[in-house]
Design a protein around this ligand. Structure first.
Ligand code: CS2
Length: 469
């Protein structure tokens, strides 16, 4: 692979936790374009769980291929990472976070990596958090790392770095801020006070469809470039990154590479989580129950795509009142993206971690629809599909990829999985779990799917008028 021309001039200005496919296809691509003019913003990649990706990247001199798969296919070599750290490199990570040249610390550790409880606040019973509170100098969690890194900056009389959460959570910056403050408060209230006064935690919205890397992609890249890349990444052509205004002076000029800076990220976050991710998870659970493999396959299923389209336009969009975004246009464009035949996005990948994703993607919508007295019959269907999917995996002895896997497997095998799973406070907030209309909508949908099958149920609902209760 030919190194990008900034490679010899690269220094480190960003530390990133979680250098998985999404980060390398999304943020690293923006940074790669920035580096041509300003090579100070190289990324130090930190992998907290496994050294496999960072080792593979090191073996390729830090370079990898980004394949953009859409109407046209293109390949680029990305070299935006200046350094690589694995789970055993704690001392080097600590040193790196103390470097005054580091101004930004980003994270894509997925929803579960923030160790939050069902109400969105730090879960002090999480094993990683309890462990880090006992040994805050050698953290294993992102929250522990950010708290210690910021404490070191204070001790060194340096300005703080700015943490940017790049995961799909509503109000992601605020949640991260609250979690770091709660952790710091337990270690040393003075550090917590300093963080509260000095550190910005901007909200962000990130978007680009990025399937997991597999051998199909490796051979496509080999055929397209002639290089045997062990860790290429792919994405669709569409990419978006929205950051809350207010990065401190001296931060990278992200705007120059197409990042949107706005005071109102929330509108973007909500629209994206509820429309794109909500539709994705609905397609995933219903599609998997139908025996389909990819998002494009699910969109080619007439009853399923018709159902999801009505779900979005008639039930999700009305909960996003007063958005500055043209939501019908956004939704239509999103559904077109899902049909991209060049992207092999497995429904099983989207189905992972349902207990962490459902609250932001579907349950917030359901809560707002309920508060406005709107019908729940269609919105309850993807929730029922998740529960039936869990039941099918559990009864079939197929592992469930979810931080609550053990619990979900046990409940999935119990005599009444719907009843048991709806009781999970880590997923369903009190207000929904105790709401008879919601419970009965989910129970009815699950019963109907069990008795008549997915096709009959979504077919019947797609035909009904939008106002039925
Ligand atoms: C997907 C997302 O895997 C999933 O759950 O819904 O990763 C989705 O592809 C991205 O958020 C798109 O930006």
């Amino acid at each position: 692979m030919k190194p990008p021309d900034y490679r010899d001039r690269l220094s480190t200005g960003i530390v990133h936790f979680g250098p998985g496919a999404f980060h390398r296809a999304h943020q690293a691509d923006y940074v790669d374009r920035l580096l041509h003019d300003d090579p100070r913003w190289g990324i130090a990649a930190v992998s907290l769980r496994s050294a496999a990706t960072v080792d593979a990247l090191k073996a390729q001199d830090g370079l990898y291929t980004l394949a953009v798969l859409d109407a046209q296919t293109s390949f680029r070599t990305i070299g935006a990472h200046s350094r690589f750290f694995g789970p055993n490199d704690g001392a080097c990570v600590r040193q790196q976070l103390r470097d005054p040249a580091v101004r930004i610390v980003t994270s894509t550790v997925t929803e579960k990596g923030y160790c939050l409880a069902g109400d969105g606040t730090l879960d002090f019973t999480h094993p990683d958090i309890s462990r880090d509170l006992l040994q805050p100098e050698q953290p294993v969690s992102l929250i522990g790392w950010l708290a210690m890194g910021l404490a070191d900056r204070r001790a060194d009389a340096l300005p703080p770095f700015t943490p940017l959460c790049c995961d799909n959570m509503a109000a992601n910056g605020r949640k991260l801020q609250a979690a770091v403050l709660a952790f710091a408060q337990r270690i040393d209230p003075q550090i917590a006070r300093w963080i509260e006064g000095e550190v910005a935690f901007p909200n962000t919205m990130v978007d680009s469809i990025t399937p997991a890397t597999d051998d199909r992609l490796r051979s496509l890249v080999r055929d397209g470039t002639g290089f045997d890349d062990a860790v290429p990444v792919s994405r669709e052509a569409y990419t978006q990154w929205v950051l809350e205004d207010g990065l401190p002076p001296g931060s990278p000029d992200f705007r120059s590479v197409g990042v949107t800076l706005t005071p109102d990220v929330e509108a973007w976050e909500k629209a994206k989580l509820r429309i794109l991710n909500g539709a994705h998870s609905s397609l995933a659970y219903l599609g998997l129950l139908l025996g389909l493999e990819t998002v494009a396959d699910a969109m080619a299923h007439p009853a399923l795509s018709a159902f999801v389209e009505r779900l979005v336009t008639e039930h999700i969009i009305p909960t996003l009142e007063q958005s500055p975004i043209d939501l019908h246009h956004y939704a239509a464009a999103t559904l077109v993206r899902f049909r991209n035949p060049a992207i092999h996005h497995r429904l099983a990948q989207i189905a992972w971690d349902g207990s962490q994703k459902l609250p932001y993607r579907l349950l917030d919508t359901i809560r707002d629809a309920r508060a406005a007295g709107r019908p729940l019959d269609r919105l309850a269907v993807p929730v029922a599909a998740w529960i039936l999917f869990v039941e099918r995996q559990a009864r079939g002895g197929v592992p469930i990829v979810d931080p609550l896997a053990d619990l979900l497997t046990a409940l999935g095998r119990s005599p009444d999985p719907v009843e048991g799973i709806l009781r999970l406070r880590q997923v369903f907030p009190e207000s929904l779990a105790c709401d008879d209309s919601f419970r009965s909508a989910v129970t009815t949908a699950a019963g109907a799917i069990g008795a008549q099958g997915v096709c009959a149920v979504i077919g019947a609902l797609a035909m009904m008028s939008g106002t039925a209760t």
